[in-house]
Design a binder for this molecule. Sequence first.
Ligand SMILES: Nc1nc2c(ncn2[C@@H]2O[C@H](COP(=O)(O)OP(=O)(O)OP(=O)(O)O)[C@@H](O)[C@H]2O)c(=O)[nH]1
Ligand SMILES: [Mg+2]
Length: 512
Amino acid sequence: MVCNNCNKEIKDYLLLCPHCGTANPTDSLKNVELLNDYANKLQNLIKSVGTAEHTAIAWDLTVDQYVKKMEQLQVIISQPEFSKNTGERLMKRIRGFVDRCKDPIFHIAFVGTIKAGKSTLINAMLGRDLASTSVTPETAVLTKFRKSKSDYVRISFYSAVEWKQLWASISSKADVFMQEYKALNADSEKDKWIGHETITKSISEDALENEIERWTSSKHLEHYFVKEVEIGLTDFNLPDQIVFVDTPGLDDAVQYRSDVTRAYIDRANAVFACVNSGQMTGPELSTLNRIFTNSGDKPEKVFVLGTQWDKMNHPVDDWKKQKNEWVKYLSMANCYGNTEIAQKNIINVAAYLANLCRNYDGNKKTMKELYAIAMKFDEYEDIIDIPSDVEGHLEELIEKSNVSEVMRRINLDIVPKYKDFLMNDIVANYTAVLNEIKSFFAEKREAQFEVLRDSTKSADEIRISFEKAKKELEDVSAYREQLEIAMSELKANTDERVNELCKALQEMTKTA
Ligand SMILES: Nc1nc2c(ncn2[C@@H]2O[C@H](COP(=O)(O)OP(=O)(O)OP(=O)(O)O)[C@@H](O)[C@H]2O)c(=O)[nH]1
Ligand SMILES: [Mg+2]
């Protein structure tokens, strides 16, 4: 069939042209007024889609087209018919996709269970103690480190809407969260920070550590209201578009903090999963599975770090055994898929050792600590006799910590390919969101068809019962007709009989 207005080919069963929105009623259609009403709505929608606001993406034309398509789909999904329930979730996914394309940043995320040593490792790689660390759950906010012309800290806060959603999801069930929230008297500052505009502060080198701690540490009440902290550093030695992301630990007693990381993991472009070198537990394996699933056909972007390596009793031998086990699990098809990459990407690291050496100031306690670690390695047995001997071996111990191997892998395996990886991830994200939208509309259409089917079904039922009633009426009429015939026959017979009797009586009286 061809549309009356635009002459484009349309499916026979369509009453509204999907190209121009004109109504093409069939002869059988009775309610043309209602159809025209829908036609008007559709034409307005087509116009709005055509003039949808477009976030121009200058860095890549293909990505610009992806964003355009998503923003057009957003107009459709924001219609009242769709915006409720699932529609709202899809809108969020689309906004996430557009943001990702606007600011094409390559995220190298450090994730893992609480206290795995994520922040300590980031500090070792930065060569400064900036990310706050502690023996208790510490990192509470996504914290990004990136290259900049001057040092700064940028703090973005939850909007009122985001906070409302967050609060609804945590306040009723999170006992520990509520205890901490009350203990810090956080509610007293809620109104000050929720919806606060992003703060960007230039900061001197000395003040940086405290400033970061103020906004990211679970010890400070402000962290509840902070969505993200970004730190610009002049001495961050990676390309401008690469950021390190420190994350709250998984399996925190305060579920809300772990949820921040869970919601974020899929956004990461490369992941360094930090697992205590002494053991890999079930929950860690399942987190790794999710990370690998998300890495698609590029498992080489996932690194599994055996952290706190210096804590093992016999670091060299114990790690060898432990690594063999990990390689066995992670060579499976759903992880690295082969032993070679697994061997390469599973790396032991002792970041604390590197930081201890970097900050060495002749303090006796530090000396003893370093001595204890050095004594775990055979090669130092005959060289380091007393704690003060460590002083001559600080550079070697830094090298021993293996932090430089992690850095080397970033420089060799990520930096040269990060633009390709980034593009790959954007395409994968686009396809995933598009598929979600397709199944959303398929579900909606199916639901509409079901309504139609139901209404047809009841019309059929009405028709059947009408036919039945009609037949019953016909049967009753036929019966009545028969009855009438019988009655009239009876009446005729009776009349005849009465006549006969009368005649007989008359005859009798005559003869009497
Ligand atoms: N001996 C040793 N201790 C370490 C190492 N890495 C971290 N630690 C210690 O482990 C504790 C936790 O370290 P963090 O870096 O705060 O751990 P995290 O994973 O960032 O913790 P959350 O942010 O709370 O999830 C601290 O006391 C660190 O000093 C390491 O390589 N060796
Ligand atoms: Mg941390």
